[in-house]
Design a protein around this ligand. Structure first.
Ligand code: 6GU
Length: 259
């Protein structure tokens, strides 16, 4: 997968060189390019924002630098040295790259959307700041990209950069080969519509607290049943909204007899 990120604070994306995602880039599983929006300005002050038409607080990001940046990225320029795009490989892309615009006004980013985006060849993230990007950029960009405004949740960040860190990590870890043991992707929160069960390790007794006895029993059927029960108990307590939307078709045969 190739990912391009455009931001006026490229340094904000530095953590994408670390840990699992940094390793995936080193291993060639993920190509990630971060671009400074200001390099696509043409005026002396490298202006990226202006006052909003219609009045109101704050500033709006100007359309011209965004169009320059996105045009250059869509055309395959701005690719990493050594990548097929940088070498001018002949076979062009068959589908439009997805342009993700982080915004509290977007659709919700979920594990299901992470899986969907992990199937794409190319993702581009446009990090807005201030009150957002001139709306005409998203309209124009629809000619070159599949445009998706996406929100992490119902709260407001100062810009898209922190949201991009979260989304790239959530998507990147689903790419083949990035997580060493793919089994670990199966039994985690949200993979089956429920929260994850609690986990324990040695010592079995710690500060007057014992690990639940069933986990030491060696009875794998009982352990699976206990874990499933804990998933439902936790989800009901912390995220009743998830249970309300839980699809009965996701109940296992064991669930139907046990609960
Ligand atoms: Cl994706 N971006 C911004 N700027 N604020 C947010 C968000 C995204 N998700 C929640 N708040």
């Amino acid at each position: 997968m190739r990912i391009d990120v455009v931001s006026i604070f490229p340094e904000y994306l530095a953590p994408l060189g670390l840990s699992l995602i940094g390793k995936a880039r080193q291993d060639g599983l993920l190509e990630l390019n971060v671009h400074d929006l200001r390099t696509f300005t043409t005026d002396k002050h490298r202006t990226v924002d202006d006052t909003p038409y219609g009045g109101g607080a704050g500033m709006v990001m100007k359309p011209e630098p965004w169009a320059q940046a996105l045009e250059s990225i869509a055309s395959g320029a701005c690719a990493e040295a050594g990548s097929p795009e940088a070498e001018g490989s002949s076979a062009g892309p068959t589908t439009k790259p997805v342009l993700i615009v982080p915004s509290p006004a977007g659709e919700r980013f979920t594990q299901a959307l992470a899986y969907e985006l992990a199937e794409e060849d190319r993702l581009v993230f446009a990090c807005g700041r201030y009150e957002g990007i001139d709306e005409r950029v998203m309209e124009w960009a629809a000619g070159h990209f599949t445009v998706r405004p996406v929100s992490l949740g119902d709260y407001v960040l100062n810009g898209g950069e922190v949201a991009v860190l979260a989304m790239v990590e959530a998507i990147g870890r689903l790419l083949p080969g990035v997580v060493g043991n793919p089994e670990s992707l199966v039994e985690e929160s949200h993979s089956d519509g429920l929260l994850e069960y609690p986990v324990y390790t040695k010592p079995s007794a710690w500060r007057d607290r014992d690990v639940p006895a069933v986990l030491l029993s060696g009875n794998h059927g009982k352990i699976a049943q206990w874990r499933r029960h804990e998933q439902f108990r936790r989800t009901a307590e912390r995220r009743p909204d998830l249970l309300a939307g839980f699809d009965a078709g996701r109940l296992t045969r064991a669930d139907r007899t046990a609960f």
